[in-house]
Design a protein around this ligand. Structure first.
Ligand SMILES: NC(=O)NCCC(=O)O
Length: 404
């Protein structure tokens, strides 16, 4: 029961109006039975693990269950403070919210501030991250699978364009299922040359929205023996190709059998000078290796993106820590992106670890977020749904943190 005797309610974009169980716990016995049922359904002792609604994100779970003043304090402790305040929500044009609800993807937007300086103007940049699931079953023709993902992600890119995003990063190997668990060679067909179909598609979007786009794909280097790499292509805001970075550390752990397909990259730790700032890409497994993060920082990066594909009990507790720690340790912004969903493959596979043969990799838990050098960070996107995360940042914060 709230102070004014009414059941406390909160609104969320996706779920509409919901009863807040934390407040409902104190409600009188006269509460409606439907509220009681909802409380029970979402209670920790209930089937919480099976409930995408409550475990959609840690932040939403807390918002749903805690009384508002407690949630505010918890947010402060969990997400830190930027300019003395929890990272503020950033208002996007209404039409962007409409695009998200029509096309059913999570959308969240925040802004990070920096102190006003006397000698430098603010360096405001709008960063966007897209996380997505595959669209068609892995048994469908490969070209159909790829084009369906491109169509879906294209819709979300359009929303990012309307939201005024300047630099957008997609997830690791975004045009395909993360099929490297299978060790089957047929998935190599998804590999594209640097100026292949997906690059051409994104070059048009980059030009249309004056946007830098980072496109992590499976690369086939036709000029050098058709070698395959795990590569992020950096497309400039004029649709030009600024360069590429190849994944530095390749996992051979659990079902991440990636070294069957490609080996450690040979591009070092490049930083790309875009019109919006200096950016770098630390692809997925590279986030466990602090020297990667440090090298990008020493080479001058102001924003480092970490496009990923990760699952599992070991990975998820580390996820909110590693990219955030990198932002703190190296005085730059980090955008961490993970794919979403459970991808099932046609034939069972094993990974030499004694586990029974299985057909899926486990759940890719999404949860993309943006972390700032002052230790503050955004809440994460959904653990289940495609999403677009937008943050307006002032790059002056990087130097200010170093000076401090
Ligand atoms: N894609 C990838 O490198 N995954 C490795 C697992 C992890 O880093 O959590």
């Amino acid at each position: 029961m709230g102070e004014n005797g009414e059941m406390s309610r909160l609104k969320t974009r996706e779920h509409g109006e919901m009863t807040r169980p934390g407040a409902a716990a104190a409600a009188s016995a006269s509460s409606s039975s439907s509220s009681d049922a909802l409380v029970k359904e979402n209670s920790v002792s209930g089937s919480i693990k099976d409930s995408p609604e409550t475990l959609d994100s840690l932040h939403r779970l807390l918002e749903f269950h805690l009384p508002a003043p407690v949630f505010e304090e918890v947010s402060r402790l969990l997400l830190g403070l930027n300019g003395g305040k929890v990272v503020a929500k950033f208002p996007l044009p209404e039409v962007v919210g409409g695009m998200a609800s029509t096309s059913k993807f999570d959308i969240q937007a925040y802004s990070f501030t920096a102190a006003k300086e006397e000698l430098r103007p603010p360096q405001l940049v709008r960063i966007g991250l897209i996380q997505n699931s595959i669209v068609l079953p892995t048994t469908d023709p490969l070209l159909d699978q790829k084009r369906a993902i491109m169509g879906r992600v294209g819709t979300i890119i359009d929303a990012a364009g309307v939201a005024g995003v300047n630099i957008l990063c997609l997830q690791e190997a975004w045009i395909m299922p993360f099929a490297f668990c299978t060790r089957e060679k047929s998935w190599c067909e998804f590999a594209e040359v640097i100026n292949g179909e997906s690059t051409k598609f994104l070059q048009e979007k980059a030009k249309k929205y004056n946007m830098v786009i980072i496109s992590p794909i499976l690369e086939r280097d036709e000029a050098h023996g058709s070698t395959i790499w795990n590569t992020a292509i950096v497309i400039g805001n004029n649709g030009n190709i600024l360069g590429k970075h190849r994944k530095n550390h390749i996992p051979r752990v659990g079902d991440f059998n990636e070294s069957t397909y490609y080996m450690e990259g040979n591009t070092g730790h490049p930083v790309f000078e875009t019109v919006y700032g200096k950016i770098a890409v630390n692809i997925c497994y590279g986030r466990h290796h602090p020297l990667n993060w440090q090298a990008f920082g020493l080479n001058g990066a102001e924003i480092v993106f970490n496009p990923s594909a990760t699952v599992g009990e070991l990975s998820e507790p580390m996820w909110p820590i590693e990219a955030r720690n990198a932002a703190i340790a190296n005085s730059y912004f980090v955008g961490a992106i993970n794919r979403v969903g459970t991808e099932v493959f046609p034939r069972p596979f094993t990974s030499g670890d004694g586990k029974p043969a299985h057909k899926d990799f486990g759940h890719f838990y999404g949860s993309s977020y943006i972390a700032a050098p002052d230790s503050s960070c955004t809440p994460s996107l959904s653990r289940y749904r495609d999403g677009l995360l937008v943050a307006e940042v002032d790059l002056n914060l990087c130097q200010q943190v170093k000076d401090n």
